[in-house]
Design a protein around this ligand. Structure first.
Ligand SMILES: Cc1cc2nc3c(=O)[nH]c(=O)nc-3n(C[C@H](O)[C@H](O)[C@H](O)COP(=O)(O)O)c2cc1C
Length: 207
């Protein structure tokens, strides 16, 4: 089949786009607002964009408040910091719970029965239950060109200034044991996948 996204002529029951670029890692973004209220939400339009300096991005769609911003985007643009907690198999339910749309004064970390711990370098909190935390300094926002008022996305770029890895995930040879970490990825619709010992494989690069 072929279709042109702008014409919305795929003829399928659901937009197939996010079932094609899969799996997408889930950045579980914690931030804090100017009054000190913590916020947490998962974002799967999320990825690493380069190695040095380590840099990550995520894209935020339209929020439900008057300013049409999601709380994560508003907090990060105001305070200039955020943490990407990496969601895994053990935290999948809380990750999903934290995507509920609640007003900015509600702390989703409490709501999802999660524990916060202080970051080393920044003021935004980390989620203790997540296996990896990337402390990030906000770099810039990029407004993605759009077709309509309802499909508005802003891409947020952040430099990773501190990285926490759960100690038991480091092997004796100094590698990260990804199979033990059990990261989950977003597929299309409401489907997910997980990386474990059965789904991992290795390929050496050609010389
Ligand atoms: C697995 C998952 C991935 C999501 N990815 C995104 C995303 O990439 N961009 C987005 O705008 N919303 C995404 N959402 C929805 C947000 O998590 C949701 O709108 C949340 O309420 C935003 O919270 P905030 O206003 O506290 O930032 C995702 C939800 C789930 C469950």
């Amino acid at each position: 089949m072929f279709y042109e996204p702008k014409k919305k002529n795929h003829g399928l029951s659901k937009n197939p786009f996010n079932s094609l670029i899969v799996p997408r890692p889930i950045g579980w973004i914690s931030s804090v607002d100017g009054k000190g209220v913590f916020n947490l939400a998962p974002y799967s339009f999320f990825n690493a964009v380069c190695y040095r300096p380590p840099t990550v991005m995520f894209s935020s769609g339209v929020g439900s408040g008057d300013d049409k911003m999601k709380d994560s985007l508003r907090n990060i643009e105001e305070i200039g910091e955020f943490v990407c907690n990496l969601a895994n198999w053990e935290t999948r339910k809380q990750m999903n719970q934290s995507s509920a749309s609640v007003s900015p004064e509600i702390d989703e970390i409490d709501l999802s029965n999660l524990t916060t711990i202080a970051s080393e370098i920044i003021n935004a909190p980390r989620i203790a239950e997540a296996p990896v935390h990337l402390e990030c300094r906000y770099l810039k926002s990029i407004d993605i060109p759009t077709w309509s008022d309802t499909d508005v996305y802003t891409m947020i770029l952040g430099e990773v200034v501190g990285i926490h890895i759960r100690d038991d995930l480091i092997t004796e040879t100094g590698l990260v044991d990804v199979a033990k970490m059990l990261p989950i990825g977003r597929m299309g619709y409401n489907d997910y996948t997980r990386v474990d010992a059965n789904s991992l494989f290795t390929m050496d690069r050609p010389k």
